[in-house]
Design a binder for this molecule. Sequence first.
Ligand code: NDP
Ligand code: 2IT
Length: 447
Amino acid sequence: MDAKEYVNKVLADVENRNKDEPEFNNAVKEVLTTLIPVVEKHPEYIKAGLLERIVEPERQFIFRVPWVGDDGQVYVNRGFRVQMNGALGPYKGGNRFHPSVNVDIVKFLGFEQTFKNALTGLPMGGGKGGADFDPKGKSENEIMRFCQSYVTELYKYIGPDVDVPAGDIGVGAREIGYMYGMYRKIKGVSEQGVFTGKGLSYGGSVGRTEATGYGIIYFLNEMIKDKGETLEGKRVIISGSGNVATYAIKKAQSFGAKVITCSDSNGYILDEDGIDINAVIQIKEVERKRIKEYLKIRPNAKYFEGKKVWEVPADIALPCATQGEINIDDAKALVSGGLKYLAEGANMPCSLDAIDYLMKNEVYFGPAKAVNAGGVSCSGLEMTQNSMRLSWTAEEVDEKLKGIMVNIYKTVKETAKNYGNEGNLVVGANIAGFLKVAEAMMAQGVI
Ligand code: NDP
Ligand code: 2IT
């Protein structure tokens, strides 16, 4: 069997064995189709069944999460944790609370996470978890009770050297605090390294809240520098108004870019004077309301209900909300609007045909597993600080984060070139991440 036949056979098997998992199939397809030249160089991977092993989670858990609402009613949600690949270190990856969470979503995220974590150069395997719980409209006490119930089961599967969860959609420092508190109570030990994204007073790292958004802009800045340009004065459209979008907006503005949009799942804001980041933080982080409220603070801005930001002409697009938010029609609108750069802040925001269309139309494209690796990188730095029982300063953390993002860009770009695909950062990220995991797996035998 040659490399192409092997990859196609594994892809067909994955599709056959995971029929109800479109997102997982998409993620696997995006990675595996770029690995044919790697398998050509390493035919030993075929006999070792390396790809068959890498697409199969090492372990996955599904569990009941019952909790009591403020109305006295008992509600039941479903919790998940997928331990995808531990070859490089403890399983590591976020927790997502959103009604759409299911095995498919958690597996695709765990798969992506494995290669993303490899790219950071830090010793972390890949994992992901979450629940189909909707935090919207829940009281503070309901959120706490839910997090406590979730951890009452999850604690069995995690630990500082086992599996280290963090935040993702619907999970931030507040939820991590409740989860860590319950874990500490159940275990009766202080194992701060079991979660990342903690508050600063109990082992959190300075800079973790901002790290994903800042990291996106550090990566984007390298892309732009490479084309002989700067961020100064560029028109940037960003989707989302959560953790990732907020700090991407903030850092892009500090580089002189003009960010004119943000959004939530109901609609988007267009502010031609530049998004007021303090207004976004006030509405989304402090008051936890809908982005529409932005108009109350900035009456000259516009709100478009039920629409996506991609219809606004711009130089740079940064999808920072969720998977599948840019389809082929959105990609066409972006290209018509004169787009030059797209960097994926969210995980798998672009469909495969959208990526293809953007690249064919000269958009310089940054893939999620490289672009948004700043969050998990800072999580890795938090784990290190917890192990050493000390805290670094904001300057130290930011310098390390910047160094990691610049290094990821270099590695991804060089890898693409070495494999005959200069300028294709999708190929570069997939191959560079994969090679690291593959080497560790080969060394560790058939497990
Ligand atoms: P948040 O929960 O803080 O914010 C999510 C944002 O995306 C909100 O504005 C939300 O709007 C919007 N959104 C969520 N689901 C949908 C949907 N189905 N359709 C439209 N909009 C939606 O999450 P984060 O900012 O942490 O995460 C955003 C993305 O970045 C995700 O893909 C996540 O996996 C990825 N990511 C996160 C990292 C982190 O450190 N947090 C690290 C790397 C990647 P609404 O309020 O209406 O739901
Ligand atoms: O998708 C991601 O990289 C995250 N949600 C962050 C994971 C982490 O462990 O910090």
